[in-house]
Design a protein around this ligand. Structure first.
Ligand code: 5GP
Length: 215
């Protein structure tokens, strides 16, 4: 069976990265394999960020070359930097039955949903303006004008959140993780995704019944 592609968006500082990693731990406890897709970006690394773990950090010419070569499933410009999801990174895992989580902005989410309609879009809401502003400030990684710009973008993002399949308010992290886990588990029970297993059960059932009746 193929893995499920989860697209997770929220304003920058909305806490989605932590939420995704915590949900992935819970999925692993249930033997469900999941992978966090590492994007390419032209943004400079923040203190503590590692190349290959948080992002693949590349320069603009390299990024543009990848765009021309069709290597991105989606890409977008956000706060003057380019961000993109590598096709190869996602497909080979989905094909192996591994769920893939994309932590991408709302423009990228729209592009992926158009090319992969069965993908599941989850929007993470900050509980309030004050909480989001505090989280961005506490990160101590962006200068004040970058924080202001991100808060302006956040309002625009909240405006398109209605196009998502699910919404989670990231008020208390434990509760938000439970909600996200619930969404992931429910998506695995979707009939269209379970069809191959269900067909196999029905066919085996039919064979057994026919054997019983001919005895
Ligand atoms: P940050 O600079 O705070 O790490 O990320 C800024 C925004 O870019 C976040 O909303 C994040 O989800 C988004 N982002 C990260 N990677 C990608 C990507 O590959 N594609 C798109 N479209 N957005 C991304």
């Amino acid at each position: 069976m193929k893995g499920v592609l989860f697209i997770v968006s929220s304003p920058s500082g909305g806490g989605k990265t932590t939420l995704i990693h915590r949900t992935m731990e819970k999925l692993a406890e249930r033997d469900l394999k999941a992978y966090f897709s590492v994007s390419h970006t032209t943004r400079a690394p923040r203190p503590g960020e590692a190349d290959g773990r948080d992002y693949h950090f590349v320069d603009r010419p390299m990024f543009e070359e990848m765009v021309h070569a069709g290597q991105f499933l989606e890409w977008a410009e956000y706060a003057d930097n380019l961000y993109g999801t590598s096709r190869a990174e996602v497909w080979r895992r989905l094909e192996r039955g591994i769920d893939v989580f994309l932590d991408i902005d709302v423009q990228g989410a729209q592009q992926v949903k158009t090319s992969v309609p069965e993908a599941v879009k989850i929007f993470i809401y900050p509980p309030s303006y004050t909480v989001l502003k505090e989280r961005l400030k506490q990160r101590r990684q962006d200068p004040p004008e970058a924080i202001r710009h991100r808060l302006q973008l956040a309002l625009r993002e909240l405006g398109v959140a209605g196009e998502f399949d699910y919404a989670i308010i990231n008020d208390r992290i434990e509760r938000a993780v439970e909600a996200m886990l619930g969404v992931c588990l429910a998506e695995h029970q979707r009939l269209t995704r379970m069809k191959p297993s269900l067909d196999a059960i029905r066919e085996a059932f039919q064979r057994s019944l026919e054997e019983d009746l001919t005895e």
